[in-house]
Design a protein around this ligand. Sequence first.
Ligand SMILES: C[S@@+](CC[C@H](N)C(=O)[O-])C[C@H]1O[C@@H](n2cnc3c(N)ncnc32)[C@H](O)[C@@H]1O
Length: 177
Amino acid sequence: MRVSVAVKYSHTLLTDLTTSSDTIIDATLGNGFDSLFLSKIVKSVYGFDIQKLAITNSKKTLSESNNVNIIFDSHENYKNYVTNYQGVIFNLGYLPTSDKTITTTSKVTINTLDSMIKDNIARFIILVVYPGHDEGMIESIDLLKYIKIITNYSVDVKTFSEDKKKPYVITLLKKDA
Ligand SMILES: C[S@@+](CC[C@H](N)C(=O)[O-])C[C@H]1O[C@@H](n2cnc3c(N)ncnc32)[C@H](O)[C@@H]1O
């Protein structure tokens, strides 16, 4: 599997920002690769996806991990499963090599993000956005608008121009001390 520079960077952030006693939310399981990475460095992971294929694929990827809770539900409902968490990653978009119409959407993503910002307990929230498809572009624009109104987290936005016209955007929100 080709791992993009942006995904590698998001994993570097996860390594730097987590401790072995943390519980982390992977808001978008996909094929389970972010959760697999996390499972090796934190205490427990709660991974969500709304797509059956993603759940099937993640179960395969995570067959040897015993600290990942694979949840077939939207991340909007995270509070039904986990209330004490120290960090979150959203790797937004559609399941690679699958149905591109089943994608994260701006409204749902921002609803969940807003709820987490109001919880005010995560030390960090990482958002990986790919504006190279229609919904990703909308999500990217709306997220950049939304983060301007956050007051309890510092915001750092980086772009990765593997494809110069459509760079990945990674937003790191870090809780103010
Ligand atoms: C880019 S993929 C995630 C990649 C993944 N983190 C990995 O390591 O393979 C985005 C995933 O978000 C899922 N998704 C879309 N809307 C969602 C929602 N409301 N809650 C949870 N997952 C969602 C899609 O089904 C898709 O599998």
